[in-house]
Design a protein around this ligand. Structure first.
Ligand SMILES: O=C(CO)COP(=O)(O)O
Length: 249
């Protein structure tokens, strides 16, 4: 099976003010100097994209947004379009994170519309999917992520640069992770759903794992079949932890 180069992306979420900004900038500068065997991206809050793009200029570390609106412009107070995210200096954008699905009511159709907007703006989307604890316990994890892939990935993605991130909701920020067998099972199902949706165009895009990734578990998780990288939350705010994860690839 064709595997693209691994991608390790840090999702800073709504962090990056005061002390956490100082720490994040230290990390960004350390990353710039670091040779990595994988693609590395940082996804700061929208207000910090331009600043981080400046800090990381000339290096290999990429920048991503955490969301964008589905429309290109207009009367959408408080929103930021994909074109604006791109213009600020990002090349990627996280879409459909479970915190947006749960907290802002985003549906698969909303996510698919945002993916179209991201592609139109020249951004590489990282499309997040993942089951809740209740769904996992009901034995529905594979069914849920397969449905999310079918609903959140527009067919126009075939042949484009993008990634899918499998983030079990119950593993985010909890310190809990699925077993390696569970990760392998879901990633295989996600790949099958991507191929069912996009044909051959669903074969190459990396499927990242996200949820309590840290230096101590990164190597074993990233070695699982079909794990094409990691989407890292908490540990991406600490230089030592994020660098440890990158070294583990
Ligand atoms: O939500 C995540 C990344 O998008 C994962 O967060 P944690 O790494 O903090 O569990």
């Amino acid at each position: 099976m064709k595997q693209s180069v691994k991608l390790v992306a840090g999702n800073w979420k709504m962090n990056g003010l005061g002390e956490s900004l100082a720490e994040a900038e230290t990390l960004a500068k350390a990353l710039k100097e670091q040779a990595a065997a994988c693609r590395v991206a940082l996804c700061p809050p929208a207000t910090l994209i331009a600043r981080m793009a400046q800090t990381l200029k000339g290096g290999v570390v990429e920048i991503g947004g955490q969301d964008c609106h589905a429309k290109a412009s207009g009367a959408y107070t408080g929103s930021v379009s994909a074109g604006m995210v791109r213009d600020a200096g990002a090349g990627l954008v996280i879409l459909g994170h479970s915190e947006r699905r749960a907290g802002f009511g985003e549906t698969d159709a909303d996510v698919a519309a945002k993916v179209e907007a991201a592609l139109a703006a020249g951004l590489e989307p990282i499309i997040c999917i993942g089951e809740t604890l209740q769904e996992r316990e009901a034995g529905q994890a594979v069914e849920v992520v397969s449905r999310q892939v079918a609903g959140s990935l527009p067919v126009s993605l075939a042949g484009k640069a993008f990634a899918v991130a499998y983030e079990p909701v119950w593993a985010i920020g909890t310190g809990l992770t699925p077993t390696l067998e569970q990760i392998e099972e879901v990633h295989a199902a996600v790949r099958a759903a991507m191929i069912a949706r996009l044909g051959e165009g669903g074969r190459a895009a990396p499927i990242l794992y996200g949820g309590s990734v840290k230096p101590s578990n990164a190597a074993e998780i990233l070695a699982v079949a079909e794990v094409g990288g990691a989407l890292v939350g908490g540990a991406s705010l600490k230089a030592e932890d994020f660098l440890g994860i990158i070294r583990a690839v």
